[in-house]
Design a protein around this ligand. Structure first.
Ligand code: ADP
Length: 308
């Protein structure tokens, strides 16, 4: 299949997920013999970039790695997928990020420590070096997992160049009105929408109120993901809910990342926001049927077959 989409940039985190399963989560000072260990690529930015790429988008992924073995996990994954590694940034002093994930195999509860490492040290100069790349892009997709100063700076460049910015507000933290005023499309989940707006998104009316709050800050379009219920969209002129696909979910970690990557790929192809949300729902529905984050992102053929 020939991809007809415009160029897009994904700017965000990379961490190596180190996952151990255990009969019970250890108490402070306790050592527990775990049962299964898995290691693989992760990080919200990287997951979203991979999802968009596998969906067929012309993605340039920007993240920051250390000079270590964990960096090779990112680079090997990108090379295997034929992704451009040319704009990856490197720290000579800080390690590649990692997430220490413990999963209780009885309750499925988890405890996670994420050490963002290199991708939390992106400097102003490094962001400024991306100006040519951003300027050539139709869309910039970013999140809140790298240092906030880097997010603010890259969004500002995109805004000045007239490049549309999609902000996925994960992991949620306070954002400035200045940043919000430069966002074309914001994509919080329900919890993030509530934390940012102070409005509990438990009905469509409440979602309308949350959307109005974002509009008052200058955000152009609002999309709130509602888990297995799908997504709420409000463009100011038109609003509604696009239902999710009904599937047997086995692992919903990374559902939001799958969704955002799919949304980006579809928008870059010229689909409207409603069509793009349906495509993203399909991509996310495929991803929740598999365990893992980056590896569970479907390829374009699977998405098209699923939607047919
Ligand atoms: P996050 O992973 O950020 O918490 P959500 O839980 O809102 O985000 O999920 C994002 C998207 O993933 C949803 O809008 C939907 O398209 C899809 N999704 C999530 N859970 C399911 C599910 N159980 N079945 C089908 N689709 C799902």
């Amino acid at each position: 299949m020939e991809y007809m989409g415009k160029k897009v940039t994904v700017f965000g985190s990379f961490v190596v997920d180190l996952m151990g399963r255990t009969p019970h989560l250890p108490a402070a000072g306790e050592t527990v013999k775990g049962t299964v260990f898995k290691m693989g690529p992760g990080g919200k930015g990287f997951n979203q970039g991979v999802a968009a790429h596998k969906a067929g988008a012309d993605v340039t992924m920007v993240t920051k790695l250390g000079r270590d073995a964990f960096a090779d996990i990112a680079l090997n994954t990108m090379n295997e997928l034929h992704m451009d590694t040319g704009r990856v940034l490197y720290s000579e002093t800080t390690e590649t990020g990692c997430a220490l994930i413990m999963v209780d195999e009885n309750s499925s509860q988890n405890e996670i420590v994420v050490i963002l490492g290199a991708c939390n040290t992106i400097t102003d100069q490094e962001v400024d070096s991306l100006e040519d790349l951003v300027a050539r892009s139709e869309y910039l997709l970013t999140q809140l997992e790298t240092n906030v100063s880097s997010v603010e700076r890259i969004v500002d460049i995109a805004y000045r160049k007239g490049v549309k910015v999609i902000l996925n507000t994960a992991p949620v933290q306070p954002v400035s009105d200045d940043l919000l005023g430069k966002i074309d499309l914001i994509t919080p989940n329900e919890v993030e929408a509530e934390i940012l707006t102070g409005i509990k998104v438990d009905s469509e009316e409440a979602a309308d109120k949350a959307a109005d709050w974002f509009f008052s800050k200058g955000v152009k379009n609002v999309l709130i993901t509602l888990g297995q219920r799908g997504v709420y969209i409000n463009t100011g002129e038109k609003k509604g809910i696009i239902p999710a696909y009904k599937v047997e979910a086995v692992d919903t970690t990374g559902a939001g990342d799958a969704f955002n990557g799919g949304l980006l790929a579809a928008l870059a192809e010229g689909k409207n926001l409603w069509e793009a949300a349906d495509f993203a729902n399909a991509l996310a529905a495929l991803s929740v049927q598999k365990i893992g984050t980056t590896p569970s992102m479907p390829v374009r053929e699977e998405i098209d077959a699923f939607m047919a």
